[in-house]
Design a protein around this ligand. Sequence first.
Ligand SMILES: [Mn+2]
Length: 364
Amino acid sequence: MKNAIVHMRLHQKKHPHLERLLEKAKTITLGSDTKVLIISDLHMGNGGRRDEFKRNALLVRSMLHDYYLPEKYSLVLNGDVEELFKFSVESIQDQWREIYDLFLQFEKNGFLWKTCGNHDADLFEERNYRLSKHLLESIRFAWGDESMLLFHGHQASILLWETYPVVSRAVVLFLRYVAKPMGIRNFSTAYNSRRRFAIEKSIYDFSNQAKIVSIIGHTHRPLFESLSKVDHLNYRIEELCRAYPAAVPEERRLIHEQIGELKTMLDACFTEGKKIGLRSGRYNNIAIPSLFNSGCAIGKRGVTALEIDGERIRLVYWFKGKQGRRFVSDRTSAPEPLGDTGYFRIVLNEDHLDYVFSRIRLLA
Ligand SMILES: [Mn+2]
């Protein structure tokens, strides 16, 4: 008992910001058929040259209007939807009125929530903000006895100006009135990989301690911690080897062929090295799928997003025409065209939530 208390205290001290986000989160219970789209980091601006959202605006509109609305998804906008470091909320809402109209339509499918990020935290005090009623700092999805915590992710940063609103406001003023005339741009992606890693590592540790899944944005790097491609291929080869002895001759021939193909893919993984799913100890040697990141909506080649679809969670990638070919992932399936829009959706990774939480329970 005493040990448990000591343990709890240590545990609480380690990630106080994140503990608070979990305690204060709005709880939403997911049903076995609830569908939720999670997107983040749109960085919407005024439609001008410095508006980073502009590039993918038509794609985002089409995704929402032609796919997720009719497919009955609810919507979570997981922070940095508006780029208030560069633009006023009025100019953003004027420019992207139609996108806000679409956001609001998701309420009829179930719910619409928006968490604040470091670029749009000031909106809590904004009276004329169209999503005011939907604004939160964190959300807890209750899935059976398990929890998924949704928040933007900047709360884990060691930089004070990202964590404390007062400091943040001073930085906003600096960026808007000093940095802008000086021509400093692209603060939305001003992350080096070491800082990204520090934020991810800290949230990953917290999630494993709390035995929950965290779903973030902020670093713009899509994350889906499942078996790496190498582990996945090894697992399938193992399965086929076990099936071989009991198989009839025709099946044996097929198994032989399949193993040959899998071995070729495995060799390719080692040749390509770290570029694809070779885990190479990103956090440690065992993959615990406790951290997911939706990536961002301002990618040069398209938009990444997370989908919760009943019992499953997916990382998807939307792109126009053939430009998505270069995307590499652990388990890339075939792209599906969205009607005749010229846009495609591809599932980069997918797992059963049961499997995700089993790994967390057993390994974290
Ligand atoms: Mn951010």
